[in-house]
Design a protein around this ligand. Structure first.
Ligand SMILES: [Zn+2]
Length: 274
């Protein structure tokens, strides 16, 4: 990879961190919370560890190279940073400022240190492992885990939890959509195979393209995978993604989510096109 490509990859990791952290901050008990927790934590840690020890984020065997999972990245922090009472202390190049008596901001001679709650995050990784792999009781992400995840953003290499990640409407839409995914998936599991086939055929007949009317083209459903998501609403970005309802599994994509998916594609076009 070129230096430019690595920089773009870093921005994408920061985006994945911010997305997961913001959604969990809104509701740590959202359906399947363990998956966004792992994704946000892993990507956040990769950015932070790379800022201090770029060579420590990957492992290689022969010609294979892979990035470390969250628990190994936490171990890197414990081994390489100053570590005390469960926290890793990372120095930054940001000077400490303080408010002087005359109300002016004074820059001190020392730099800020960022604290990472390694023990809390390590406990969270262990607890969320089973639900992520489809076993165990679920609801394993706690408020303390999320607080430790959000605190990663103090590190200057991240510092990304602003703009739409703070927007209440965006956060609510993401939480609602994760819950809607889970609801439709459990409904889908109840449908016999022949009923699914019947619904796919009915959707094909009803939603097929009508001459001169491209808005009605069905879209692929993210839950059942069939091209049976009946379109409602407008396609803001022209990528063929709109709000809609699936004829097979009943999944409903909201207008807010359709807009966000369009934004995500804009992102990918801009940042991963190399
Ligand atoms: Zn579906």
């Amino acid at each position: 990879m070129t230096a430019d490509a690595i920089a773009r990859g870093k921005d994408y990791r920061r985006h994945l961190y911010a997305e997961g952290a913001a959604v969990l901050d809104q509701d740590e008990h959202v359906a399947g919370a363990e998956a966004p927790f792992d994704e946000a934590l892993t990507n956040g840690l990769l950015v932070i560890v790379a800022a201090h020890w770029p060579e420590a984020t990957t492992k290689s065997k022969g010609s294979k190279v892979w990035t470390l999972p969250a628990d190994m990245l936490l171990q890197v922090l414990e081994d390489r940073a100053h570590f005390a009472d469960g926290f890793a202390y990372l120095p930054t190049e940001r000077p400490v400022t303080e408010l002087a008596e005359d109300s002016t901001l004074r820059t001190l001679d020392t730099n800020e240190t960022v604290l990472i709650h390694v023990d809390q995050l390590r406990g969270a990784v262990a607890r969320t492992q089973q639900p992520r792999h489809g076993r165990g009781p679920g609801r394993q992400v706690t408020r303390d885990d999320v607080a430790a995840l959000l605190a990663l953003d103090d590190h200057p290499a991240l510092h990304v939890l602003h703009n739409h990640y703070l927007d209440e409407r965006w956060r609510r839409a993401q939480v609602a959509d994760l819950n809607e995914h889970a609801r439709a998936a459990s409904y889908l599991a109840l449908l016999p195979e022949e009923e699914r086939t019947h619904r796919v055929e009915a959707a094909d007949a009803a939603l097929g393209p009508t001459p001169g009317d491209i808005d009605t083209l069905p879209q692929e459903c993210p839950v059942c995978g069939h091209e049976t998501l009946a379109s409602i609403g407008s396609d803001d970005f022209g990528y063929g993604i709109t709000a809609g309802t699936c004829w097979v599994c009943s999944y409903q994509r909201s207008a807010d989510i359709a807009y966000d998916l369009g934004m995500d594609i804009e992102w990918e076009v801009r940042w991963t096109d190399f």
